[in-house]
Write a new protein. Structure first.
Length: 231
């Protein structure tokens, strides 16, 4: 049969590999397994809780000033410590929840209670994210020279909106540490403060400010360290 340089064709098994669905299924499963080993390995997370401590600079009159406070007596720009606590649920890369923040300054305190949404981008153990908040803001606990006007009776409140960018590093599947930088816009308003006791003539002009309604649109910048728990 090999005479004249001719030879019989080889078996189909030796010249062409037959399609094997079991082998393809194994290859797919192995690829998924390899991808899973390369990702964060944290699995599905449903709940989150974090606390933050840092520094905040805030100005009550950044964008607009309409006699919210008397700037001669009450400082309108402050910097100091900020504390926060947040909690909520997680849906893959989307987080929803609530956050409370308290800024503690020498002349006054301000606190916010916001609804929060976040978009997270897991990259192994490192997770950058964007954060959006909006809710209620309140200014109070006046101290220093403003105590001469008894401004504890002043009801200053409004709303705030916040945009932030942060990075978390997962120490374990359930514990993360990171940093967060945010910027706030605050709208605050105040009703007339009646019957202010002015015992010092030096405060007479300041008292006239509080005889009318006031408002302002301010801004704040915050940098905090964040510790989170994930379940």
């Amino acid at each position: 049969m090999s005479a004249g340089g001719l030879a019989p064709p080889g078996s189909a098994n030796t010249t062409q590999s037959a399609y094997d669905p079991r082998a393809q299924s194994y290859d797919t499963e192995q690829a998924l397994k390899d991808a899973d080993e390369k990702d964060s390995g944290r699995g599905l997370q449903l709940l989150w809780l974090n606390g933050e401590v840092g520094f905040q600079y805030i100005s009550l009159n950044t964008f607009h000033a309409n006699n919210l406070v008397d700037s001669q007596i009450v400082k309108t720009s402050q910097s100091g410590a900020l504390y926060g606590l947040g909690a909520g649920v997680r849906l893959i890369f989307l987080t929803l929840g609530a956050r409370f923040r308290l800024g503690n300054f020498s002349a006054w305190q301000i606190w916010t209670l916001d609804a929060e949404a976040g978009i997270h981008l897991p990259i192994g153990k490192v997770e950058p994210y964007f954060q959006f908040d909006a809710g209620y803001a309140s200014l109070g606990s006046f101290s220093g020279a403003s105590s001469a006007l008894n401004l504890q009776n002043a009801n200053v409140h409004g709303w705030n909106a916040r945009l932030g960018f942060g990075i978390d590093f997962y120490v374990t599947r359930a514990l993360s540490i990171g940093a967060l930088m945010t910027g706030d816009v605050l709208y605050l308003k105040r009703k007339t403060v009646a019957n202010l006791p002015v015992n010092d003539p030096a405060y007479a002009e300041a008292a006239k400010v509080y005889a009318n309604d006031g408002s302002s649109v301010g801004g704040a910048t915050t940098l905090t360290g964040v510790v989170g728990l994930h379940f």
